[in-house]
Ligand binder design. Structure first.
Ligand SMILES: *Cc1c(COP(=O)(O)O)cnc(C)c1O
Length: 355
């Protein structure tokens, strides 16, 4: 089989070493003679995995001691309502930068007033709004660091006067962030951390004092309880956590988030340069807001014939997963951590040969 260049937007590419270690753990987990798929999460072997994964997250993102690091289920989409369930008392400020941000807004409205303080919806989310103020009366400010579908990314975060929450599903561990400036970060694993099935939540413990009076919190939605139980209140997603651990070990061995940033900027730079130089293609978003994770581009003058030829050339070169999201059209190449530069070069070669 020839090499496949995997540009999938999610679930997406992971470090090859994570697959090898995972296969071994399915056969014989940590020398127990049993599979990771058939062993109790209360064993010391699995408890060790949980602790190690937590420590990896802590060190890679420099998470301060007064934060809980949780491994939950339900995807980022569950965080869209778990966040306001725990912390929306009267009103919260949201930045509307894409379909996922809109999803978070929709769910928060179930709990209180949602103040959309800026939106790029009228321009098909092709930029990140920068001119806005966060009302000091907000319970929190919510933003999305990387807009997976549109290919925009926040290169700066505001100095928020209220607790700052961020959906980092599609760029967590891709660059260093100042974790201490956020009060809550969440990410579905399947874009840049591990396989689908686990959701990472990093939450500042002092927030627990700000929970809405008189609102009951079911145990499974209670961050504080998950924190106290070290993500073992119920059966955690053992296998996705283990695979994430293997993938994050690879991140750490390759320079951590700083190393990933260098790698990702090189890949994104190569591809955006090719797009900007090409007489056939153009990028779809504001240049300064371009994502290093999801690169969206379209034909200047698309015709079914051109598209068909380009798609065939990509297929021939082993390029997989670059079809754009239906709301943008064209192409989207996702360049998550594990994607090698060589794969981007393969795509650029096709674009150049095609021209
Ligand atoms: C994929 C994605 C989601 C949805 O994640 P699920 O885990 O499928 O619920 C939310 N936010 C962002 C930024 C995403 O990229």
């Amino acid at each position: 089989m020839s090499k496949i260049h995997n540009f999938s937007a999610g679930p997406s590419i992971l470090a090859p070493v994570a697959f090898e270690k995972s296969i071994e753990a399915i056969r014989n987990f940590a020398g127990t003679g049993l599979s990771i798929l058939e062993i109790s999460h209360r064993t010391k072997e699995f408890e060790y995995v949980m602790e190690e994964t937590r420590q990896l997250v802590k060190s890679l993102l420099s998470v301060p001691d007064d934060y809980d690091i949780l491994f939950l289920q339900g995807g980022a989409s569950t965080q869209f309502f778990q966040v306001p369930h725990n912390f929306l008392r009267t009103s919260a400020a949201y930045l509307k930068t894409g379909v996922w941000a809109a999803g978070a807004i929709k769910e928060a409205k179930l709990y209180g007033e949602v103040n959309v303080i800026a939106s790029s919806e009228a321009d098909n989310y092709s930029y990140i709004p920068k001119d806005y103020t966060i009302p000091t009366t907000s319970d929190y400010f919510h933003c999305t660091s990387n807009n997976t579908i549109y290919g925009t990314q926040m290169q700066h975060f505001p100095d928020s006067p209220v607790p700052m929450f961020c959906d980092m599903s599609s760029d967590i561990f891709s660059r260093p962030v100042n974790t201490a400036s956020f009060d809550l970060i969440y990410a579905g694993a399947q874009k840049n951390m591990g396989p689908a099935g686990v959701t990472l939540v990093i939450v500042k413990k002092s927030l627990y004092e700000r929970r809405p009076e008189g609102r009951a919190i079911p145990s499974m939605l209670d961050y504080k309880l998950h924190g106290e139980k070290e993500s073992m209140y119920n059966t955690p997603p053992v296998f996705p956590i283990l695979v994430s651990k293997f993938n994050l070990e690879w991140v750490k061995e390759n320079g951590g988030c700083e190393g990933m940033q260098v790698r990702n900027e090189a890949k994104a730079g190569l591809l955006y340069d090719a797009i900007d130089k090409s007489p056939y293609f153009r990028g779809t978003v504001n240049k300064e807001d371009r994502s290093r994770m999801n690169v969206c581009f379209v034909f200047n003058e698309p015709t079914p014939d051109l598209e068909q030829k380009f798609n065939a050339a990509c297929k021939e070169a082993g390029i997989s997963g670059i079809k754009g999201h239906r709301s943008v059209g064209g192409y989207r190449a996702s360049l998550y951590n594990a994607l090698p530069l060589e794969s981007v070069q393969a795509l650029v070669n096709v674009m150049e040969t095609f021209a």
